[in-house]
Design a protein around this ligand. Structure first.
Ligand SMILES: [Zn+2]
Ligand SMILES: [Zn+2]
Length: 267
């Protein structure tokens, strides 16, 4: 089947290692039907790995240029990093622009980037993950103007604990409010294939009970995103994860156009 990759980064993201044109070329080569360019907007980045904001006008002009050249649908996207004090500035920054798709993600907790490890110090895994899920819930409810919840299990990706799988059995109490909110609001739960790659000798598992619970709560939209920062990761493992999603009872995957979900059948 032909997929849509709903989460990719281009040279408008400081941590990406490909130009948008290289990414689009790879998407064509991989036989994707479409891709969304969802560059980072993290206003108020506590530990700067670069300036995580971009000029949406320039990004969208480049998307339009490439959309006219290549046989693949390209969508205008942004991945916003939510933090309590930056919700309003983020809204203001984005307000002059129109996007196809807005991904809401949690990249920082209590002003710390889990990527660097300090966040986990003096916390049990339960405390560390609970802190992230509780903040994520508050942020998405308050921000609300988004389409996809990005990598819900990101907090475990770089964690130093033995427990690096987010399971419904262990974290269902924290996940339920989030899943219910997404289901009720018609927003998409993202399966981010970047999470399920080996790091420090462990490959995190996508717990199918989380997908089943989302469905049980009325959730319909599931999106597949590679979160590619390199060309070789575009559409990575989509065959495998679409089977997992289908086995949880979903018959469609979702992508976004003009901020509306488009459902396409899982073949
Ligand atoms: Zn992200
Ligand atoms: Zn991303």
């Amino acid at each position: 089947m032909k997929f849509h990759d709903t989460h990719t980064h281009s040279h408008f993201s400081p941590d990406a290692r490909m130009t948008m044109e290289e990414g689009v070329r790879q998407a064509v080569k991989s036989g994707l039907a479409g891709m969304a360019i969802t560059d980072h907007l993290d206003i108020g980045t506590p530990q700067l790995k670069g300036v995580f904001r971009f000029d949406p006008g320039a990004q969208q002009a480049e998307i339009e240029r490439l959309a006219a050249l290549y046989p693949v649908e390209i969508f205008k996207g942004v991945e916003i990093g939510l933090q309590p004090e930056t919700l309003q500035p983020t809204r203001e920054f984005l307000s002059p622009y129109r996007f196809d798709c807005v991904i809401a993600s949690l990249h920082f907790v209590d002003g710390q980037d889990p990527y660097y490890g300090a966040y986990y110090e003096n916390k049990t895994y339960r405390q560390a993950y609970a802190g992230a899920f509780e903040l994520m819930y508050d942020m998405v409810v308050e921000y609300r103007d988004f389409d996809i919840l990005g990598h819900f299990d990101y907090i475990a990706r770089y964690a130093p604990y033995q427990v690096r799988d987010i399971t419904y059995r262990e974290f269902g109490d924290l996940l339920d409010p989030l899943l219910r909110f997404l289901a009720t609001e018609g927003k998409a739960l993202e399966v981010n294939t970047n999470t399920y790659r080996e790091r420090n000798g462990h490959v995190p598992v996508l717990d199918t009970r989380i997908l089943l619970r989302f469905r049980e709560l009325g959730g319909e939209a599931v999106s597949l995103g590679s979160d590619a920062h390199d060309t070789f990761r575009i559409g990575e493992n989509f065959e495998r994860y679409k089977d997992i999603i289908r086995n949880c009872g979903f018959r469609y995957l979702a992508y976004y156009k003009n901020r509306q979900p488009v459902f396409y059948p899982i073949g």
